[in-house]
Design a protein around this ligand. Structure first.
Ligand SMILES: [Zn+2]
Length: 602
């Protein structure tokens, strides 16, 4: 039984194999299936395919397919796509693929027999149809940042590129390129150390996005070339050594640490910050700083030979209420004047920090030896006087009037003596009058000399003040103003013009100094941002008070040459070197009916 059954199965398999191998190329379906096709009344194209294309960018080759075919009753009928034609304007699409590459709108229909589908619209766009949008956000140290873009390489601009055809985002934006100032940018992150205006745009062939303009601000507000002093000269003596420091200040005028990329040149040659300058040649040195978009920072300093002058010696008489201030002795006077002389000769405190441009004023002071009647003074330099009050208050005008009236009683001819009235002045001040010039000087006017002095030219000295204060007040007598703007409690900040008419004395904001007086109270920050150690006699507060400068000397020398009421050759040609003669004509000055309010300083 087994054999015949097996044989029969083998025969059936052979027939089946023949049937399969002989399957015709045409669809092989039962006739009732074709009968079903004839019942089709509605066909629809599958619209889930990509229908928007960009010519030249997208590959345009879409196989078309039906979504469904239905009969009149709405029954779906499975209809193979190769039996369907796809038409554009009655023309069949080859291979049933959409492959148009010309810009345009294509309404495609499917056709089966007499049945037409609803049209499906395909669009082939040109580049001109692309819409590009560029946007940006900022990060600093990994955090979102909304402040000013700073060109310090720490602020990153992150660009986002959007591209649309109509309202539809284009997924593949690889054709879009980001440009900065017309140069391609390799990625969408931007950071720079170079300040300036940067214009960002996206381009995709001929299409451009909106522009984003980035104003990359310099992190450096200004560059300061610091020579230790804002002077324009130093001595060509081979000994004076300047340290040239370049500092970058940020928005808040704080030095930047670490110092960013900066270049410092000396006469066109690069030098490191901190270089030392010293020379025996007389010449100009120009330093220029560049970096972070700042290019015009320049300082010129000249090396100069110092001048020499004739020594002027000024006799000083102290009118002292000796019963009230017994400690104000001949020795004290001698010691103070010796120190004041050292200060004016540039010999005082030379071991301490001192302005490198300090100058010898060639002025000396000594205690008067005789009174106007020619009598030797019991104590050199001291005129013992009775004053009705022990104390006078500077900011009380009636006190000052009383004190001035007292001074008129004890006022020796100023052509022969420099007068110093000694008492106690409340508020802890000493004060002094400025001189009257026959020929004017910067910041002053010339003056016609009356018959006799019409103000108490000289110094009012607080009995317990130091020789440094005396040197300061005598500086006022010799035409020097404060190196800063203001006097006493008056705080004028950084004035628009140099307050003392001396270019070689830096000036500073006293309010800021007092607020930030730090570990080194001798340190100052000048109004131009440079730093210096205060050593000028005409400063206040912590100062080594061992320096005058050349410009200050120029004012003093002009005063010695041209001002009235000083014991100088100009006023007293018969007493060489200002020394008082034995008998002084008009030795005791009387208060005139008309006095003037001359400028005085504390
Ligand atoms: Zn003063």
């Amino acid at each position: 039984m087994k054999q015949p059954i097996l044989t029969r199965w083998l025969v059936m398999l052979g027939v089946l194999a023949w049937l399969v191998s002989c399957k015709p190329e045409a669809d092989f379906r039962p006739l009732d299936t074709f009968f079903h096709y004839q019942r089709i009344t509605e066909i629809a194209i599958d619209t889930t395919v990509q229908k928007d294309f960009i010519a030249g960018i997208d590959r345009i080759d879409v196989p078309l397919a039906l979504l469904y075919a239905k009969d009149a009753d709405g029954n779906r009928i499975d209809l193979p796509d190769h039996l369907v034609q796809y038409l554009w304007e009655e023309v069949p699409l080859p291979d049933n693929h959409f492959r148009f590459t010309e810009r345009g709108t294509y309404a495609i229909r499917a056709k089966f027999g007499q049945v037409l589908s609803a049209p499906v619209t395909f669009r082939v766009h040109g580049h001109q149809d692309i819409k590009l949008r560029l946007s940006v956000d900022y990060q600093r140290a990994g955090q979102p940042y909304h402040g000013t873009y700073v060109a310090d390489s720490l602020t990153t601009a992150r660009f986002s590129i959007g591209a649309w055809i109509g309202n539809k985002p284009i997924q593949d934006r690889s054709g879009a390129r980001l440009y900065v100032n017309d140069s391609p940018l390799p990625d969408t992150l931007f950071t720079t150390r170079h300040p300036g205006l940067y214009t960002f745009k996206v381009r995709w062939q001929s299409i451009e996005s909106n522009a984003i303009v980035l104003d990359a601000r310099s992190p450096v507000k200004r560059l300061v070339i610091d020579l230790g002093l804002d002077a324009r000269y130093f001595y060509a003596d081979g000994k004076t050594r300047l340290t040239v420091e370049l500092t970058a200040l940020d928005e808040n005028d704080r030095p930047m640490r670490p110092t960013p990329d900066l270049t410092l040149t000396q006469n066109g040659v690069n030098i490191p910050s901190g270089s030392v300058l010293s020379t025996q040649e007389v010449r100009a040195f120009t330093f220029r700083a560049t970096g972070y978009g700042l290019t015009n920072q320049q300082v010129t300093i000249n090396s100069v030979r110092d001048e020499t002058f004739r020594v002027v010696r000024l006799p000083v008489i102290f009118h002292v209420n000796t019963s009230a201030y017994p400690a104000f002795t001949e020795k004290k006077v001698a010691d103070m004047l010796a120190q004041v002389t050292q200060i004016y000769r540039g010999q005082y405190g030379v071991e301490r920090p001192r302005a490198f441009n300090s100058a010898d004023a060639y002025v000396e002071f000594y205690a008067a030896e005789t009174d106007p009647a020619g009598r030797p003074l019991p104590q050199k330099g001291i005129d013992a006087v009775p004053l009705p009050q022990r104390k006078y208050t500077y900011y009380k005008s009636e006190d000052m009037k009383v004190l001035t009236d007292e001074a008129w009683k004890y006022y020796w001819n100023p052509d022969y003596y420099l007068n110093v009235w000694v008492t106690q002045i409340e508020e802890g001040f000493s004060f002094a009058y400025f001189p009257a010039w026959s020929t004017n000087l910067e910041g002053t006017s010339s003056y016609t000399k009356p018959e006799q002095p019409n103000y108490t030219f000289g110094t009012f000295f607080n009995y317990d003040h130091t020789a440094g204060v005396l040197a300061h007040e005598l500086g006022h007598n010799l035409a020097l103003d404060h190196v800063f703007s203001g006097a006493g409690y008056e705080l004028n900040g950084c004035s628009a013009t140099d307050p003392d008419e001396c270019d070689d004395t830096p000036y500073y904001d006293r309010t800021a100094y007092q607020a930030s007086m730090g570990s080194n109270p001798y340190q100052r920050t000048a109004c131009d941002g440079t730093h210096f150690i205060s050593s000028n006699v005409m400063d206040y507060f912590h100062t080594y008070e061992n320096s005058f400068t050349r410009d200050q000397r120029r004012r003093m020398r002009h005063t010695l040459d041209k001002a009235y009421w000083l014991p100088t050759r100009f006023n007293n040609p018969n007493a060489p070197n200002g020394r008082a003669g034995l008998r002084v004509p008009n030795g005791y000055i009387q208060k005139p009916s008309q006095t003037v309010n001359m400028k005085r300083a504390i």
